[in-house]
Design a protein around this ligand. Structure first.
Ligand SMILES: C[S@@+](CC[C@H](N)C(=O)[O-])C[C@H]1O[C@@H](n2cnc3c(N)ncnc32)[C@H](O)[C@@H]1O
Length: 202
């Protein structure tokens, strides 16, 4: 039984890592083709990939002129329908979203808050089951597979992580949720020193 529980900038650290570790690394390492692909692999109602998009908009110059693709998938078509519309309640925008981001990227419409169309346009949503083959998705520079592996048994977790490894380059990044780890599950990834929840291909 899974839940769709999520929030903007959930746990904050993974989003600081995107801003301070992942994107600066990729800005150097991908300078030749100026292309980055990020995958939010269980995006629920969209707060996680939209948080990526707000960070990318915010850092501006570093990736000006780059093609940054944010691919966001989930098993739940209901969650994705909500994600695509980008309308959130007062409660949802109050959870995790810094006030500066709220005023910059949301407009109030009666009872709800509408995310900016430019932020919405940065994210591609698609229904996808993590138990399916990943090979047709192409490769990604960073994969956020957060707060979903907890619902699977150890073998399934290991299988998903093995397949995640196949679509990450050797300098790619994997982010897991606070209650998730690769330790004791797979040796395809190793923890990155001093960056809790962030893993590199082994
Ligand atoms: C708790 S939410 C996590 C959302 C977000 N990643 C976060 O950390 O806030 C878990 C999500 O995993 C999705 N999910 C569960 N099983 C899945 C599967 N087999 N493939 C893809 N998504 C799945 C659920 O629909 C739900 O939206």
């Amino acid at each position: 039984m899974t839940t769709n529980e999520t929030l903007f900038f959930r746990d904050i650290r993974p989003f600081d890592q995107l801003r301070k570790v992942i994107l600066p690394h990729l800005a150097e390492a991908r300078a030749a083709n100026r292309r980055i692909r990020l995958w939010s692999a269980a995006c629920s109602t969209g707060q996680e990939p939209y948080s990526f998009a707000m960070i990318i908009k915010d850092i501006g110059e570093l990736l000006n002129g780059w093609r940054v693709e944010i691919f966001a998938t989930d098993l739940s078509s209901e969650a994705l329908d909500k994600a695509k519309v980008g309308l959130y309640s007062q409660f949802e925008v109050q959870r995790g979203l810094p006030v500066t981001m709220m005023t910059r990227y949301f407009k109030r419409t009666e009872e709800t808050w509408q995310i900016d169309s430019a932020i919405r346009a940065m994210v591609t949503f698609r229904e996808f089951n993590l138990l399916e083959d990943f090979s047709r998705l192409g490769s990604f520079d960073a994969i956020y597979c957060r707060n979903v592996l907890i619902y699977f048994d150890k073998e399934t977790k290991a299988d998903i992580l093995r397949r995640v490894r196949k679509i990450l380059p050797d300098d790619g990044f994997l982010s897991l949720g606070g209650a998730e780890t690769v330790l004791g599950v797979t040796d395809a990834f190793k923890p990155i020193d001093n960056e809790r929840g962030l893993y590199a291909p082994a």
